[in-house]
Design a protein around this ligand. Structure first.
Ligand code: HEM
Length: 438
């Protein structure tokens, strides 16, 4: 079945959140995206050290500006808007959606500030606000999944992502308590578990689940095979559980095997999506899919490296290469690819007045800043990998500068969509006023 191109019939319209609510999540993500590259620019020299040893510092700040500020923020906005449409269940409480934003936004900023300044006293309250936001989101998500009608594949991914979210927040809090209150724990192992749960568990499974719905919708393609999706999900969940056990038991061979299972799951996901794309009705896929394909390649590469690392067969500085592939290449790349389709699409739905059809999505997609962003993002990613591989701080800094320019181009795209939406509303109001006057 091919999802309705708009995906927003009359029933779906009633499940639309106010534009200001969804767009505040996306707007904050776009702003944190700029800040994250600024933080990396300032912490270029700290990146290889952080990847090898972890700990507080500007690199941890740059990482969580990305993971909490951009990825989590945009994932909240996207799922809270799109899942109610997919599952035909309205969001349980609009006030809770707004409150989660008010907790996550300052929380992520304070967390980053505390990390960058080596100040656990700031890190703690930041983390507490973030975890409170995650708890609200988890409740909203659980309520939606519990009442869902249809879209069983997406719902199954949602439950798995939710379980990972609870565990990742627990591990994150334990790490913060370690820094703030000296909680005794095996920091390296907890940080590794946190990475697996956050990167592949929560964010990864959510991305896999939403792809089942978004990719066919934007490419006008049939939904990928549900059987492949369930097998990929079960394999990925098994791989994550096995990886957690291997980390706890300090069993490198088991960890390598878990990564191999994860690689199998990712490969199955990518192949099944590509198969569905081959049967699409809209021949040109559009440039967002170039970014999505580079993201899928990075997902596979990160897992290939994760197989080699525990066996001691990986190249030097593999941990940093792995982090860049996972966070910048896969998660950030895929999110920015989807967001550049979601934002104009939602804007057109909000621009359409009572009884009038939505304007063309292409008329709400400023292409030039997006093309510039794509070029700069991919160049930044390539230079970042080269800089880390060669241990060359100047290359990492150059990559961060290119990434920052790309983030500004992306912010320009977002701002232009907002301007077009305001113009459409203004036009609508004027026409309405004229009609009433007549
Ligand atoms: C989806 C959201 C998140 C993602 C994707 C994420 C990702 C990561 C990654 C990849 C690392 C590096 C781990 C390593 O060095 O092996 C890390 C470290 C860390 N994370 Fe998160 N994280 C997220 C949310 C959180 C939250 C909510 C908290 C706090 C409540 C937190 C606290 C920490 C701390 C304190 C570290 C430092 C570990 C260390 O090196 O000592 N993270 N995170």
């Amino acid at each position: 079945m091919i999802p309705a191109p708009g995906g927003f019939g009359a029933g779906a319209r009633s499940r639309l959140l106010p534009a200001s609510v969804t767009l505040r999540y996306f707007g904050a993500a776009v702003a944190f995206h700029v800040l994250a590259w600024v933080a990396l620019l300032a912490s270029a020299g700290d990146l290889p050290r952080f990847a090898a040893y972890g700990g507080l510092g500007p690199a941890l700040a740059a990482l969580h500006l990305t993971t909490l500020g951009v990825l989590t923020m945009a994932a909240f906005g996207a799922t809270l808007q799109l899942l109610p449409v997919a599952t035909r269940q309205p969001v349980r409480s609009l006030g809770t959606v707004k409150l989660a934003w008010w907790l996550l936004t300052p929380g992520a900023a304070l967390f980053a500030l505390g990390a960058a300044a080596y100040r656990p006293a700031l890190l703690g309250p930041g983390a507490a606000a973030v975890v409170a936001a995650l708890a609200l989101y988890a409740w909203l998500l659980a309520e939606n999944l519990r009442r869902a009608r249809g879209m069983h594949v997406v719902v199954a991914h949602g439950w798995a992502a939710l379980a990972a979210l609870v565990l990742l927040a627990g591990a994150g809090l334990a790490l913060v308590a370690h820094y703030e209150h000296g909680l005794a724990l095996e920091r390296g192992a907890v940080a590794s578990a946190h990475l697996v749960l956050a990167g592949y568990g929560f964010m990864g499974l959510l991305a896999l689940g939403l792809s089942q719905f978004l990719v066919p919708m934007f490419a006008l393609a049939p939904a990928p095979s549900a059987r492949s999706a369930y097998v990929a999900l079960a394999t990925a969940a098994g791989a994550i559980a096995l990886a957690l056990g291997a980390i706890a038991a300090h069993a490198p061979y088991v960890l390598a095997f878990a990564a191999l299972l994860g690689l199998g799951a990712a490969l199955l996901h990518v192949v099944s999506i590509e198969r569905a794309l081959r049967r699409r009705l809209r021949p040109p896929l559009g440039p967002a899919f170039q970014l999505a394909r580079s993201a899928w390649a990075c997902l596979l590469a990160s897992l290939a490296l994760a197989v080699l690392m525990p066996l001691g067969w990986a190249p030097p500085r593999a941990a940093a290469l792995f982090g860049v592939l996972l966070v910048v290449g896969w998660l950030l790349g895929f999110l920015l690819a989807m967001l550049q389709r979601i934002v104009p699409f939602l804007a057109t739905v909000h621009a359409s007045g009572e009884g009038r059809g939505a304007p063309l999505v292409s008329s709400f997609t400023p292409q030039r800043p997006l093309a510039l962003h794509r070029m700069l993002h991919l160049a930044a990613l390539a230079l970042l990998l080269a800089g880390v591989a060669a241990d060359a701080e100047w290359l990492i800094r150059t990559a961060a500068a290119l990434g920052l320019a790309g983030a500004l181009a992306y912010a320009t795209f977002f701002a232009r969509v907002l301007v077009r939406l305001h113009k459409a509303w203004h036009k609508e109001k004027t026409q309405h006023g004229l009609q009433s006057a007549n």
